[in-house]
Design a protein around this ligand. Structure first.
Ligand SMILES: Cc1cc2nc3c(=O)[nH]c(=O)nc-3n(C[C@H](O)[C@H](O)[C@H](O)COP(=O)(O)OP(=O)(O)OC[C@H]3O[C@@H](n4cnc5c(N)ncnc54)[C@H](O)[C@@H]3O)c2cc1C
Length: 361
């Protein structure tokens, strides 16, 4: 089969890329190995409010178009985040956001791509890519442009000779039953060594999970997760999943020949808080528009790499800087407690907002 654009992965990055490059007679094929788009949910499902995204990524524009979410896909809203130290000291930071139903949200994004003119094939895996031809469960697919939107363990990256994010932290998430305060909670210290535990409130439920640095792990991930659930009083939960969060910032190059990486596969994640949904979508829009200009007007595909770095490069680099600073303290509860006290509420607010702590521009 021959297509103009083959997009591997129908998560937020792939579906958004497809939406923005489809149409005008271009043959855009979006494939995903999952039978059901968006399921299982491997996510905390938190999406910052548009105004928070503008404050963290001031060079971005038209985020309303991209990140305004229909209320049918929203399971909860919150206006602050509690950062909780190993000894239980609470630092409350104002921060608006919403809790998505990601199972529905990812389906919705894929539907938008199809409405724009892309073709979607589920239960379709890419196995290898050689000389611009992808071997998939649908057979061989030759494409003018190949997009790797296949998540943190991107096979596309490996197949096309690009680097995938070298540091990927495991994270366990679940749906917990109960009544939860409409405030996001992030727990630091040995509950989730090198990362954090979270409670992200939903209607009569919460998304509860932990993300951690694998080299600091003493227990099995499931044991660590159960300890965390017990600590915060969660006894009834379902849909436990495990995934990986890129934690090394964007990769050095996101375009090589006719291939490009978008979203987690490119390391498009805020390293200091692990959030990647809006970043994947912002990068996806840039990718989609660039592919279209490339195919219609011949502009180089490389423009994608330059364009996303211009608007997201600095905040993502600052977020990584803060994460690396955290790495100096996280291995010990005592040092984590100390660092949180020194930073205080304002310093911690800067840290989760992709701003350098101890650094005023
Ligand atoms: C436990 C956990 C909690 C998180 N919590 C949050 C949060 O609260 N807020 C937030 O903003 N971010 C969060 N993230 C990060 C966020 O989930 C990702 O940044 C986001 O999903 C990136 O979107 P993506 O489209 O790049 O990748 P993905 O959503 O991972 O989509 C990749 C798609 O590619 C498909 N695929 C993979 N390989 C192949 C192949 N070979 N062939 C065909 N298809 C393939 C997969 O099936 C998948 O559907 C969390 C991540 C984890 C693991």
């Amino acid at each position: 089969m021959e297509v103009d654009v083959l997009i591997i992965g129908a998560g937020p990055a792939g579906s958004t890329t497809a939406k923005y490059c489809a149409g005008n007679g271009l043959d855009v094929l979006l494939i995903d190995r999952r039978r059901e788009i968006g399921y299982p949910v491997q996510c905390g499902e938190f999406l910052p409010a548009v105004k928070e995204m503008y404050s963290m990524f001031p060079e971005t524009s038209d985020l309303e178009e991209l990140l305004t979410v229909d209320s049918s896909l929203v399971m909860g809203r919150s206006d602050s985040i509690d950062l909780i130290s190993p000894k239980g000291r609470v630092y409350r930071v104002p921060f608006e956001g919403l809790t998505l139903d990601r199972r529905l949200f990812d389906k919705h994004l894929a539907k938008l791509a199809v409405e724009a003119g892309a073709r979607l094939e589920t239960a379709t895996s890419m196995h290898s890519i050689e000389n611009g031809v992808a071997a998939t469960t649908l057979g061989e697919i030759k494409a003018k442009v190949i997009v790797g939107a296949d998540g943190p363990n991107s096979r596309t990256a490996r197949e096309v000779g690009l680097q995938r994010p070298p540091a990927r932290y495991p994270a366990v998430a679940c749906q917990a039953e109960g009544t939860f305060e409409p405030v996001v909670k992030m727990y630091f210290g040995s509950v989730a060594p090198g990362g954090y535990g979270w409670v992200i409130p939903k209607n009569k439920r919460a998304n509860v999970g932990i993300g951690f640095r694998p080299d600091l792990l003493k227990d099995r991930p499931s044991e660590l997760f159960e300890k965390f659930a017990k600590k915060i009083g969660v006894t009834s939960f379902t849909d436990v999943t495990m995934g990986f969060v890129p934690q090394s910032g964007p990769v050095a190059r996101t375009v090589h020949g006719n291939a490009m990486l978008v979203g987690d596969s490119a390391g498009h994640v805020m390293a200091s808080n692990g959030g990647g949904i809006p970043i994947a979508m912002i990068a996806g829009r840039i990718a989609g528009k660039t592919i279209r200009e490339h195919l219609e007007n011949g502009i180089p595909l490389d423009a994608y790499d330059r364009r996303w770095r211009e608007i997201m490069g600095k905040p993502l680099a600052d977020s990584l800087w803060t994460k690396k600073l955290g790495d100096l303290f996280f291995p010990s509860d005592r040092r984590t407690e100390f660092a949180m006290r020194v930073l205080g509420r304002r310093g911690l607010a800067r840290a989760i907002r992709c701003t350098r702590v101890f650094y005023i521009i």
